[in-house]
Write a protein that binds this ligand. Structure first.
Ligand SMILES: N[C@@H](CCC(=O)N[C@@H](CS)C(=O)NCC(=O)O)C(=O)O
Length: 213
């Protein structure tokens, strides 16, 4: 299977981490949907990454559908619990973390527009969602080791990706100072290969086809 995405997207990172945790081999194709010549629109009419292209050619999107599918492929490292209530908690926290990323990305895009076209209100609105989202994430984690139950799950992966994305796009966000419990979780997550190997960076992409396992 082939994953199409960028090195900065938190949604792509979530999928890459799930692939590592589940020990699934895949090919990674870097395609930036904003660039001229992007092929993303051929795979996903919404023009967004990640897209997972299955061996039979079917293209899966978005990241939540992809990770749910990947979790069914092998019993190695189950990331979404079978028990309905726990699954709901994991998916809710994933939605919260993804929502933080959506709002942060919208604020970034607005800031990239010419100054005279930018809306301060719009940026403030998105920043408020990020701030409130972080507040709830910290509350939900409390003093626990992991977000749901006693074990690492997709909720921890999604939250870690949101925190990493804030470091990339809003390094001035004081989430570590404001929420020491999230800071502790962030440190713990970075000890996992999947997280350590996918820290988002704005760098020149490597050659288009890269074999990863
Ligand atoms: N809900 C989607 C969000 C995907 C998304 O927003 N991807 C961004 C990159 S971070 C993108 O491809 N944007 C291109 C565009 O909006 O045209 C998911 O979870 O996969």
């Amino acid at each position: 299977m082939k994953l199409v995405g960028t090195l900065t997207s938190p949604f792509v990172r979530k999928v890459r981490i799930v692939l590592v945790e589940k020990r699934i081999d895949y090919e990674f194709e870097i395609d930036i949907p904003w660039n001229e010549g992007t092929q993303v629109g051929r795979l996903n009419p919404l023009g967004k990454v990640p897209v997972l292209v299955l061996d039979d050619g079917e293209a899966l999107f978005d990241s939540r559908v992809i990770v749910e599918y990947l979790d069914t492929l092998t019993p190695v490292a189950r990331l979404i619990p079978d028990i309905a209530r726990a699954k709901l908690q994991v998916k809710r926290l994933e939605a919260l973390s993804d929502g933080i990323c959506d709002a942060a990305a919208l604020a970034v895009m607005e800031k990239r527009r010419p100054l005279e076209k930018q809306s301060e209100d719009w940026i403030a609105r998105q920043q408020k969602k990020v701030a409130h989202g972080l507040q709830l994430l910290a509350l939900e984690l409390g003093e626990k080791n992991w977000f749901v139950g006693e074990s690492f799950s997709l909720a921890d992966i999604a939250a870690g990706c949101a925190l990493g994305y804030l470091d990339l796009r809003f390094p001035e966000t004081q989430w570590r100072e404001d929420y020491p419990n999230l800071a502790k979780l962030g440190e713990k997550l970075l000890k996992r290969t999947g997280f350590a190997d996918t820290i988002p960076q704005e760098i020149t992409p490597p050659p288009k086809q890269t074999r990863l396992s």
